[in-house]
Structures are given as structure tokens and as C-alpha cells.
Design a protein around this ligand. Structure first.
Ligand SMILES: Cc1ncc(COP(=O)(O)O)c(C=O)c1O
Length: 405
């Protein structure tokens, strides 16, 4: 029989053993959690730094309804997922980086980024200016969707609203932005130092086209494995269309590059007939704007340096899209896909379907969702405004795209 001393020793042993086991288990649990926090598995995406790391490498996704309806793969680059909400983030970051490299601007000195824009580029510039330590001054026509001004102000940018006038007018928003930067630089030169201004000049600055050549084009090539039959894009500055086309065409010789153009823009005629002209320019037909459309961001009546990159021989086709078609397409995409797009993206989708129908089933068409519908709530997505323009949508499906046109 064990004596009392043995029993006591056994009990103490058991207690020590249990304590050590519990302590080891707790230690193991804690250290495994800590190491899981500190290291990423080989498949998890790396941790990035700063908002500028959330630009580019956007997904390419299949638009289910349009693909089903056409028998083609209609794929869209989800550019609305960029941190500033549009494809213009790429341009804003590239233009600012290039200006820094050229020694034109310096963070933290009170330097100001100036731009004339219909909104999206301004929002992207405002985001990156804050992230990098610059001020931002945006000159904009006063007829754009209200949420764009509000967003710019919330992002800390100075917003200067001006009446829409011709580009030859010194008060055109682009000319005014250039003038503001010049004024700031003159003052800095006179004073011998002080903060400087930088005019981005997205329409003429080729850093715009280059960033799409360096990033958007290669991403599309990689995401499709180079298997695509058409790329369909609108043009505001022309930077996206030019950069993507220049990258993809030499690699995929059979691919066609297509301009999607809203009515009122002169680019369609330029591509089809070599002359910049919109039928709305005909005397007595123009309503009030340079490019008379409810669509924002695409369409233009002058040849920019960025568009000139594809002017001669690079584009195979152009599709003109009416305001009605753009509005109907936007409402259709929400109804069938839950896809809430901005106006320029609706133009792209109309043109993509037209090209898909021309090519026939089995082809792959790549287009772009440039920005989200939330940026257009008080204009393109406002039923009262759309009704006033006589564009209240009524289609059930895609019959609004059926011939005759
Ligand atoms: C929303 C939106 N989509 C598309 C574009 C056209 O892109 P790009 O200027 O590269 O022709 C713009 C241009 O301002 C835009 O604001």
C-alpha cells in the first residue's frame, strides 16, 4: 500500500504536469497567433503602403448579361475600383511622379497642382496631392454633376467653377488652369523662391498616354492571355485609347481597336472620314455645349496630343452612341447585372455590344468601366434631369440597340 508521503508526491507531480501542459498550450496558441500576424503565407497579397498603392492592377471581369446576349465574351476592366474611383488615378499619379522627377514640384513646400478637368481627373489629383503633400486647384465647367464638386471640396481641393466656353476662349477651364499655374510661378520667380505651381495638362501631356501604355495595356494582355479580338474605348483626352492601343496592337495584329464616341463629339468623324466634325455642329442644331451630350468625360471636338497618337492608322473602327442608348444601357446593366456605371462606361458598353454583333459569337471584346454611377447621381442618374432631356428609358432588354438606327 502506498504511504501518505507517496500520495502527496504523486499529487504534486500531477499538479505540476497539468500546469506545465496548460502553460505550454497557451504559449503555443499565443505565439502561433503572433506569427500569423507578422508573416503572410506565400499566397496572401503583400501589405502595401499608401493610397497610391491602390491604383492599377484592376480586375478584368465578364459582363454576364452582355456576354450572354451576344454569344461573345464581353470583358470590362474595373477601373472604378481604383482608390480615387476612376481610371484617371493612373494618369494623376504618373503626371505628378514625372513632374517630381523633372524637379518641377517638391512635396511639403506649398506647391500646387493645377488642372482643368470635367471632374474625374481632378478627384484623382486631389487624392494624390494630399497623399504626397501638395495643394490642388481644379478649374471645372459649372455644368457637371454636383457630387464631383462636393467630392473635390471634401478632399481639400480648391474648386474654380467656370462657364463652359470654347477652347479658343481664354476663359476655357483648361486655359484658366494653365494661367493660374503661370501666375503662381511668376510670383515665385519674382520673389526668388516660394511655392511653385504645376499645370498637369492631361490633354496634351504624353505622360497620360504613357501610363496606359505601361500599365493598362500590359494588364489587359496578361489578363486575357493575349486572346482578344477587339478593344473598345471612349476618348476624352484620348490617353487611355492611345496607350492601350499602342501596347496591344503590335502584340495582337488581328485585334481591332475601336473608338466609342458619344454624339456631339467630333472624333467619330475624324476616325471614319479624317475630318473632325459633329453633325450637331451644323448651324442651328447645337444646344449649348462644346460636346452636346448628357455623357461626361468622353467626346471632344479638337485633336489633343494624346489622341493624335492613334489618329493615323491605329484605329480600325468608330461607333457613335446616342444619349438615349447610353441611358438605356446604364439602366439595363443595373437591372440585369447589378452593375451601376457612370455615363462614359455606358457608352463603352453600347459600342462593345455593337462590335460583338458585327464580329459574331465566339469573339472576345475588352472594354472599360471608367467610373461608378454614384459619381453621377445628380445628373446622368437623376430621373428628373433625364426626363427633361427627353431621355426617359423604356426598354425591357437590349431592343434599344436593334436596327434600324
Ligand atoms: C469618367 C471618364 N471616363 C473616361 C474618360 C476618358 O479617358 P481619356 O481621357 O483617357 O480619353 C474620362 C476622361 O476625362 C473620364 O472622366
Amino acid at each position: 500500500m502506498p504511504n501518505r508521503t507517496d500520495a502527496k508526491t504523486l499529487l504534486i507531480g500531477l499538479l505540476i504536469g497539468a500546469t506545465v501542459s496548460v502553460a505550454s498550450a497557451v504559449y503555443l496558441l499565443l505565439t502561433s497567433k503572433k506569427s500569423a500576424r507578422n508573416s503572410s503565407s506565400p499566397t496572401s497579397p503583400p501589405i502595401r503602403t499608401g493610397v497610391e498603392s491602390l491604383i492599377g492592377n484592376t480586375p478584368l471581369f465578364r459582363i454576364r448579361s452582355l456576354s450572354h446576349e451576344t454569344g461573345c465574351d464581353i470583358l470590362a476592366k474595373a477601373e472604378f475600383l481604383n482608390v480615387g474611383g476612376s481610371t484617371k488615378d493612373r494618369v494623376a499619379l504618373s503626371v505628378i511622379n514625372e513632374a517630381e522627377k523633372a524637379g518641377l514640384i517638391q512635396p511639403g513646400r506649398g506647391d500646387t497642382i493645377f488642372e482643368g478637368t470635367v471632374g474625374s481627373t481632378g478627384i484623382s489629383l486631389a487624392v494624390i496631392a494630399k497623399a504626397k503633400g501638395y495643394k490642388c486647384h481644379i478649374v471645372m465647367p459649372d455644368d457637371q454633376a454636383k457630387e464631383k464638386y462636393a467630392l473635390l471640396e471634401k478632399l481639400g481641393a480648391t474648386v474654380e467653377k467656370v462657364r463652359p466656353v470654347s477652347i479658343v476662349d481664354k476663359n476655357h477651364f483648361v486655359n484658366l488652369a494653365r494661367k493660374r499655374a503661370d501666375e503662381m510661378n511668376l510670383k515665385a520667380d519674382q520673389e526668388g523662391n516660394g511655392p511653385r505651381g504645376f499645370f498637369c495638362d492631361q490633354f496634351e501631356n504624353l505622360a497620360n498616354y504613357q501610363v496606359h501604355y505601361q500599365t493598362t495595356g500590359p494588364e489587359i494582355y496578361e489578363q486575357t492571355g493575349g486572346k482578344l479580338d477587339a478593344v473598345v474605348l471612349g476618348a476624352g483626352t484620348g490617353g487611355t485609347l492611345a496607350g492601350v492601343t499602342h501596347y496591344l496592337k503590335p502584340l495582337i495584329p488581328n485585334m481591332i481597336a475601336v473608338l466609342a464616341d458619344p454624339h456631339g463629339s467630333g472624333l467619330y468623324h475624324k476616325v471614319k472620314h479624317g475630318i473632325m466634325y459633329s453633325p450637331m455642329e451644323a448651324e442651328g442644331t447645337r444646344k449649348r455645349h462644346q460636346v452636346d451630350t448628357v455623357v461626361e468625360g468622353v467626346g471632344i471636338n479638337r485633336l489633343t496630343r494624346n489622341f493624335a497618337k492613334v489618329e493615323k492608322g491605329w484605329l480600325d473602327e468608330a461607333v457613335r452612341v446616342t444619349d438615349r442608348e447610353a441611358v438605356e444601357m446604364s439602366r439595363y446593366l443595373v437591372k440585369t447585372d447589378g452593375l451601376f456605371v457612370g455615363s462614359s462606361s455606358a457608352v463603352n458598353c453600347v459600342a462593345a455590344v455593337r462590335i460583338a454583333r458585327e464580329l459574331g459569337p465566339g469573339h472576345t471584346i475588352v472594354t472599360m468601366i471608367n467610373d461608378h454611377g454614384t459619381r453621377h447621381l445628380t445628373k446622368f442618374w437623376d430621373d428628373t434631369y433625364i426626363e427633361r432631356e427627353g431621355l426617359t428609358p423604356s426598354a425591357e432588354g437590349l431592343e434599344f440597340l436593334d436596327p434600324p438606327k
